[in-house]
Design a protein around this ligand. Structure first.
Ligand SMILES: [Ca+2]
Length: 184
């Protein structure tokens, strides 16, 4: 009886030590990525939490994911119309005013029409594209934007994943695994 109890305590202690080790291995990556919900899923369900959706009828869940992309990605159709009304998902990066050197990465692939990733500086008066990249692969590939951004007290940095522009041909771009990290 006593041995059994000791064994149980020992197993419990080992479990605690083991789970602490696992947490330590995972935490730095989560802490460095300033994007909330970077993989478009929560507890194995598709999720757009933390992302603002423009033209939601043309923004859909996809179960086509890159390596380590979990179970879901977001598929965004191309559409006609001005850039700000095209189907897209946007999220704000929590950054203080001042100069920041950053690296943004995202996995993406397109079909027929190329989607676009835009980093925008938004303030109460206006917004403009600070950095952007067009999706150029029809197979999953990682896209990187590295630069320095300077924000005033009223500026916020927003990331937009867009399905791109089309007049006639139907097209779509799929995105997953976004990361925004401050470097240095
Ligand atoms: Ca995912």
């Amino acid at each position: 009886m006593r041995i059994t109890k000791l064994t149980q305590i020992w197993l419990f202690v080992m479990m605690v030590i083991f789970s602490c080790d696992s947490n330590e291995a995972l935490t730095p990556e989560l802490e460095n990525n300033l994007i909330e919900n970077p993989s478009f899923e929560s507890e194995s369900q598709f999720s757009l939490d933390a992302w603002e959706v423009v033209n939601p009828n043309l923004v859909n869940a996809s179960n086509d994911t890159p390596v380590d992309g979990g179970e879901w990605s977001v598929r965004i159709n191309a559409d006609w119309g001005p850039e700000e009304f095209q189907p897209q998902v946007c999220t704000t990066i929590p950054l203080s005013p001042g100069q920041h050197k950053y690296t943004f990465t995202c996995w993406a692939k397109y079909k027929n029409i190329s989607g676009v990733i835009r980093l925008k500086i938004v303030n109460p008066d206006t917004s403009f594209t600070h950095n952007s990249i067009a999706i150029q692969d029809t197979m999953w590939a990682e896209y990187t934007l590295s630069d320095t951004v300077t924000l005033s007290a009223t500026d916020t940095l927003s990331i937009s994943l867009s399905g791109g522009f089309t007049h006639v041909v139907a097209g779509e771009t799929t995105f997953d695994l976004c990361s925004f990290e401050i470097v240095e």
